[in-house]
Design a protein around this ligand. Structure first.
Ligand code: HPA
Length: 410
């Protein structure tokens, strides 16, 4: 957010506003992480001037981008500057109702509202039945309710010490948690992209023993199309004030002996997704432009997981996670390549989250549950149904490990 506001302020200096002397800058970030800026441009036929928001949206369209994830507007004067009615409508056509708009002026004051709040009665191409409108990224952005800031403040006040993310089929692990409050994650975070059918997205606050935990069910995957979503999710967890993040995930086993049912503690990863979710403008409020990844998986937490395994008697393997974008599973040739590169397991989550956690300086550990032998290593075909079923079967063992880990972490 800070970065986007800085970008809006900086482009404001280049506004052409000799008639009103009211300079405005706008910066918007798209769901792919690209940032576009614009300033207002007036002319002697005064009403025909261009607003800053309009200029930024034009730059986005000219670059072939779609789907706005957040917007910053910096006007002149003391109070926050809100987009005009026409620009609210324009932004709405490329964003969802939950997309946040940060509004500021010359002072440090920033007001944040969602587009849904700024334009509650918008109508758009969908309403006019314009072909293709519903396929655009913007149409799939769901987002923050007006209560989201309050909900986040409330979640922070709960004081969670551990962030926990549950992978596919691992919802039964929730039985461990004495849940005190559940939030609809879609209402707290603007996700774009297409979630896997049947996935719920929730943030639960609760306790495992004495340990206060913020638990996410229904993570965001890169293959859903919103490249920044895993980063936003990790940042949200980090913003709650947790001291560590424990991820769980379903994976395919590559190394011999890593069969369905094995639990693997991730020592390191190889990013084969073809993407880095930190591309685009860096948000310095979270971390540096070039984050170090040499200890992305925290040694102390990994030691605690080994100790937890010894305590509860659930065997724990160690291995290297090969990150795959998906959504198609790998080919047998790709799995042979991963094996040669040193990958022990393969999955479609974790890597983006691990990069975001390292960037934010959040200590991380990952438990990966092998739900199938990777493509080509065994007869038969791979399916998401099998992932869910094997995840469910492994869930009790994973729960025992997490319970023992939580006792030692407290
Ligand atoms: N490949 C990638 N992701 C996975 C797999 C797999 O074989 N199994 C579960 N998630």
């Amino acid at each position: 957010m800070r970065n986007l506001i800085d970008a809006a302020r900086s482009v404001r200096a280049r506004a052409y506003a000799p008639y009103s002397n009211f300079r405005v800058g706008c910066a918007l970030r798209t769901v792919s992480g690209a940032v576009f800026v614009g300033a207002n441009v007036e002319n002697a036929a005064y009403p025909q001037g261009h607003c800053a928001e309009r200029s930024a949206v034009s730059a986005m369209i000219a670059a072939g981008e779609e789907g706005i994830a957040e917007v910053a507007v910096a006007g002149s004067g003391d109070g926050p500057c809100a987009p005009c009615g026409g620009c609210r409508q324009l932004l709405f056509e490329h964003a969802g109702p939950g997309v946040p708009v940060y509004m500021t002026g010359d002072t440090a004051e920033v007001a944040t509202m969602t587009l849904g709040e700024l334009l509650p009665a918008a109508f758009g191409p969908q309403a006019l039945d314009v072909a293709g409108a519903s396929e655009r990224g913007a149409a799939t952005v769901t987002g923050a309710t007006e209560a989201s800031d309050e909900a986040l403040a409330e979640a922070r006040a709960f004081g969670p010490r551990l962030g926990l993310v549950l992978g596919s089929g691992l919802a039964p692990v929730l039985d461990l948690l004495t849940i005190e409050k559940t939030y609809d994650l879609e209402a707290l975070l603007p996700f774009a992209g297409a979630p896997v059918e049947g996935h719920v997205r929730s943030l639960h606050l609760g306790r495992i023993g004495d340990l206060r935990v913020a638990c996410v069910e229904g993570r965001a995957h890169l293959y859903e199309g919103d490249i920044m979503a895993p980063v936003r999710l990790v940042r949200l967890i980090s913003d709650l004030g947790v001291g560590a993040l424990l991820l769980t995930s379903a994976v395919g086993g590559i190394r011999d002996g890593l069969d369905a049912g094995c639990i693997v503690c991730v020592d390191d990863h190889i990013n084969l997704t073809g993407i880095n979710p930190l591309c685009g403008a860096n948000d310095d409020t979270y971390g540096p432009r070039f984050p170090d990844m040499s200890e992305a998986y925290d040694r102390h937490l990994l030691g605690l997981l080994d100790a937890a395994s010894a305590r509860c008697g659930v065997p724990l393997e160690h291995g290297i996670y090969a990150g795959w974008m998906g959504p198609s599973f790998e080919t047998p040739a790709e799995i042979r390549m991963m094996r040669m590169l040193g990958g022990d397991i393969v999955g479609m989550s974790v890597v983006a989250e691990a990069i975001a956690a390292a960037h934010a300086g959040l200590p991380l550990a990952v438990l990966s549950i092998v739900v199938n032998r990777a493509a080509g290593l065994e007869e038969g075909r791979l399916s998401h149904g099998e992932t869910l079923e094997q995840g469910r079967r492994a869930a009790p063992k994973v729960a025992m490990l997490i319970e023992a880990f939580a006792e030692m972490f407290s």
